[in-house]
Design a protein around this ligand. Structure first.
Ligand SMILES: *Cc1c(COP(=O)(O)O)cnc(C)c1O
Length: 380
């Protein structure tokens, strides 16, 4: 995190709410991921934070991208199109995977000329892809256990192991090519066994597909879910990496292509939010602080990401447990009902919240006419 003095100085210069992104932290997180999982190419999941400067820094560090809409595709492609052209037929696969299993017809039509790699998990999608994006390569998204992950995805996406090979066969029958399989263990996955079980499921499906003659099924995409160190209960990335590397070496030949789609792990710790106290009251004896950003804005992860953000004060002094509310007129706009903050905080004082890089600005709205936080880049 930037020093408190620097945060205050930046807030004075740019105003609040202010979203401070430290690009050195992005590079460090990316390097840690690469070092921990040397067999894996990371495709940054743009949905975690689509800020163009973040995408550019990760691109320059060597990242590829997981996108889920045409606007996200364009944010990634803007960097990729500047690369020296590669004559290879499917060069774009090295840099972009379109990992939304459900795509509308128009999106498929727009994707088709790029000969993209796209995920699917059902028969209707095979029909759509054949009709509107016949040049796409396919990755079958598998349903895997999400037990103990903070954000669960298994209820919405993924073919079961039982139907997987039939879905692969159906795609080949339709004249398409399935290049591999993918899964997602759920976001902020604290239960590393999810990965172990998912790898076993994926390995079984790939082996069965190949034994039934579908030789192209070779790429494994292990998705996202790599946990950010929000608190001391999160076990370090190195531990997860050791588990994964052992499974890779046990299950897969050394030349197998493995990719991952880390979102949160790369960006969460790279941003800090600075807000201002704009109101203060006591309700039934409890101190209530009103700040100029909230759950409809940068702290939207309270609602959408099941995330609890903690606020810290620059001012020192005896503390008490208070409520912190966002600036809108809606009573849902509650940032926290239990923050330990100084009693002597005054209107105009600043607070800050660390590790807010993922699923924050990405889902912020203008609800009630409130402006979005300004984004500043450090060490860009
Ligand atoms: C959201 C998402 C990711 C990123 O997940 P994290 O938990 O942030 O790493 C990766 N892949 C897909 C398909 C996603 O939907």
């Amino acid at each position: 995190m930037p020093s408190p003095a620097l945060l205050k100085q930046l807030a004075k210069k740019h105003g609040t709410p202010l979203f401070v992104v430290d690009h050195d932290v992005l590079r460090r997180n990316f390097a840690e991921f690469r070092k921990g999982l040397p067999r894996v190419q990371p495709y940054y999941a743009v949905k975690a934070n689509p800020d163009t400067a973040i995408v550019r820094t990760l691109f320059e560090a060597g990242a590829s991208f997981d996108v889920a809409s045409m606007p996200e595709f364009r944010i990634a492609y803007e960097n990729i199109r500047k690369m020296p052209p590669k004559p290879r037929q499917h060069w774009i696969w090295d840099k972009i995977i379109y990992a939304n299993p459900i795509k509308d017809n128009d999106t498929l039509r727009q994707l088709n000329p790029y000969k993209p790699l796209v995920t699917y998990d059902n028969l209707e999608e095979i029909r759509k892809v054949r009709k509107y994006a016949p040049h796409a390569g396919l990755m079958l998204r598998l349903n895997v256990p999400n037990t103990g992950s903070v954000v669960e995805l298994s209820s919405k996406f993924g073919a079961s192991a039982g139907e997987a090979v039939d879905l692969i066969a159906a795609a080949f029958k339709a004249g398409l090519v399935v290049e591999g399989v993918s899964f997602h263990v759920g976001s902020q996955c604290a239960n590393f066994q999810n990965f172990v079980q998912a790898l076993a499921i994926a390995d079984g499906v790939m082996k069965e597909a190949r034994s039934r003659g579908y030789a192209p099924v070779k790429i494994l995409d292990i998705g996202g879910g790599f946990p950010a160190p929000y608190d001391r209960h999160v076990r370090p990335f190195g531990e997860l990496a050791a588990v994964l590397n052992a499974e890779f070496d046990r299950l897969f030949p050394p030349d197998m292509e493995i990719l991952a789609e880390p979102g949160r792990f790369l960006v969460a710790t790279a941003a800090t939010l600075v807000v201002e106290i704009i109101g203060k009251s006591r309700r039934d004896g409890k101190l209530c602080l009103f700040i100029n950003d909230g759950v409809y804005g940068t702290l939207s992860g309270v609602l959408f990401d099941h995330c609890q953000y903690h606020l810290k004060a620059f001012r020192k002094g005896p503390t008490e447990i208070c409520s912190v509310f966002g600036p809108t007129c809606d009573a849902l706009d509650v940032v926290s009902v239990a923050e330990d903050l100084p009693t002597n905080l005054k209107l105009g004082d600043l607070l800050y919240s660390e590790n807010v890089g993922a699923y924050t600005t990405a889902s912020a709205t203008h609800f009630n006419g409130m402006p979005l936080a300004r984004i500043v880049a450090l060490n860009r």
